[in-house]
Design a protein around this ligand. Structure first.
Ligand SMILES: Nc1ncnc2c1ncn2[C@@H]1O[C@H](COP(=O)(O)OP(=O)(O)OP(=O)(O)O)[C@@H](O)[C@H]1O
Ligand SMILES: [Mg+2]
Ligand SMILES: [Zn+2]
Length: 290
């Protein structure tokens, strides 16, 4: 149903002709997508890019708290909103409009409508990168996002635990099926550095290569690893993403961001080599000759 509707309306990425949209997803919940999205956003902003973030986890929103951006967006003429901004990052979330305890029970079409408003009715200005924090799994939002954003790049977050990376493969394959360009995998909670013995403990996995093997299966690289650190959790809970406080982890994130941008560059080059497919799959052309 939504597929037919979206053929007649403008696809969401039409609102962002000059912005690279990066969807960040995971097979399983709780692996750290939102934490990773928030920290990547501040890392990219710190590198000088203009960055926006959409909390596409409508029911399970968490970014206002994690990013420490809880102020109400400003409503302009009853039509559009100015998103909150912090350290050069703009963000919009369902949590900007309702409180955390409010139950949200909407069906697919409403979800679709809210997400569309996040793309259409927010005064984002010119952005270099727009990150989407997706809900876990291959549900409604993933399908909608994949359909509405044919040119988006896709990043998987997983922990090195079999129950996490095995379901990640499913989402990775769905992304590939809908012709999303998979950029790579971010390994979160890769290991724990012990206060007592200062050694790396591989809590979630027996083998260090588990995530690498999973990425190989999808034919994509591991963009980098983030350790499990109490500080990441506690800072996040208090609204300060760790990259704003901890140099060492900020460096890890910078490596990941650079690898990500490098991959995007490679993918863009590949896209130039397959121009016809891109054009026929796009149904918004209308009168333009493009
Ligand atoms: N590297 C890390 N070290 C320690 N704690 C972490 C790390 N990454 C995330 N966390 C914590 O793990 C919890 C889950 O993280 P987060 O909410 O980002 O996951 P998620 O994948 O977005 O979850 P959901 O699927 O519910 O949206 C949070 O309490 C977060 O602070
Ligand atoms: Mg989340
Ligand atoms: Zn130890």
């Amino acid at each position: 149903m939504t597929a037919n509707e979206s053929n007649t309306e403008q696809r969401w990425e039409g609102f962002f002709p000059n912005t690279k949209v990066i969807a960040i997803g995971s097979g399983k919940g709780g692996v750290g997508k939102s934490t990773v999205t928030a920290n990547l956003a501040f890392t990219l902003a710190n590198m000088g890019y203009k960055v926006g973030v959409i909390d596409a986890d409508i029911y399970g929103f968490s970014l206002p708290r994690i990013m420490g951006m809880t102020e109400q967006p400003e409503l302009i003429d009853g039509k559009s909103i100015n998103p909150p901004e912090k350290n050069g990052v703009k963000m919009v979330s369902m949590g900007s409009f309702v409180n955390e305890e409010q139950p949200l029970a909407w069906r697919g079409p409403v979800l679709h409508g809210i997400l569309e408003q996040f793309f259409r009715d927010v005064n984002w200005g010119e952005l270099d990168y727009l990150l989407l924090d997706m809900p876990p799994g291959t549900g409604d939002v993933a399908l909608t996002v994949f359909q509405q954003l044919p040119k988006a790049y896709f990043v998987l977050v997983t922990t090195p635990q079999a129950t996490a990376y095995n379901v990640s493969i499913r989402l990775g394959l769905l992304a590939a099926q809908t012709k999303k360009d998979n950029i790579g995998v971010i390994e979160n909670m890769a290991y724990f550095i012990c206060d007592k013995c200062s050694e790396k403990h591989y809590i979630f996995g027996d083998t260090k290569d588990a995530v690498k093997n999973m990425a190989d299966k999808l034919g994509i690289p591991v963009l980098g690893s983030i350790p499990l650190r109490t500080e990441i959790r506690s800072l996040s809970d208090s609204g300060t993403p760790v990259v704003l406080e901890n140099e060492e982890i900020a460096e890890d994130y910078k490596t990941i961001a650079n690898n990500m941008l490098e991959q995007i560059k490679n993918i863009d080059m590949m896209r130039m080599l397959r121009p016809t497919e891109e054009k026929t799959s796009c149904s918004i052309s209308g009168g333009s000759s493009g």
